[in-house]
Design a protein around this ligand. Sequence first.
Ligand code: CP
Ligand code: NVA
Length: 305
Amino acid sequence: MKRDLLTLWDLTADEIRRLLHRAHAVKRSWKEGNLEPTLARKTLGLLFTKPSTRTRVSFEAAMHRLGGCCTFLTSRDTQLSRKEPLSDTARVLSRYLDALVVRTYAQEDVETLARYAAIPVINGLTDLCHPCQVLSDLMTVEEARGSLENLHAAWIGDGNNVAHSWIAAAARLGFTLTLACPDGYLPQAAVLERARSEGQGTVRLGSDPKEAVAGADVINTDVWASMGQEAEAAERKRIFAPFQVNAALLETAPPHALVLHCLPAHRGEEITDDVLEGPRSVVFDQAENRLHLQAALLEWLITGA
Ligand code: CP
Ligand code: NVA
């Protein structure tokens, strides 16, 4: 039975731990020059309807490092632009490819592709969630902190797709996540409810960034207007102003707290330049780890090993 990664909920806690373990090993092997080409002759498709730097390039590089190759597709350049159904597209692509990464707006579209595809489908970001990002974030935290034991993470800002995957991660792995979001920009109620009913962790929701970072080991933020919300950018900038991750906020957090941002960042909005470039920031390790984590993920989903 093929496996997909459509949301973080698709993985058990054990599977997440195994994936993180393999991702660290992939990173070490690559640096030591002895990474095995476990995906030789395999082909990954990337079907994107939103822009991307990290997700596209890290998947392409991961596939290349493992001996496989990629084909990059956009909905504009495929017959999707002329209304070929997702269900037909999924079945046709399954005859050519070994796995498919999809970045789009509606979660439902990734689910439709996965339902009709005979190959693993990986969510490379939707409006609902960004599981590959948060798995790489967890790898980065583990690397910097040694483990995820007794982790207390804070999320400051928009209760968006990345926040949703952090909530699922906290629930699955049993750590504490405190969110501070403006009224009206909270995570979806269904996501919070699932974390409460199925999860092992503690997910707290508030609106005070200082309260959220007090006691936090990692402080996470993201853009105030996500892809597709460009028309709301000015209004969001006004509403989110008190939710900036800056030096004054860091002063109130424990001195060991790390700063995470999935990037791209809008310096001077959700995060200041000094914090992003400062000693507590691990944002470029985070970006690098997309590559190693996704190499481990592709290996697992394509070969089953
Ligand atoms: N963090 C992330 O997914 O970046 P891209 O939009 O550049 O892929
Ligand atoms: N929340 C952001 C993440 C970008 C990687 C967006 O969806 O645009």
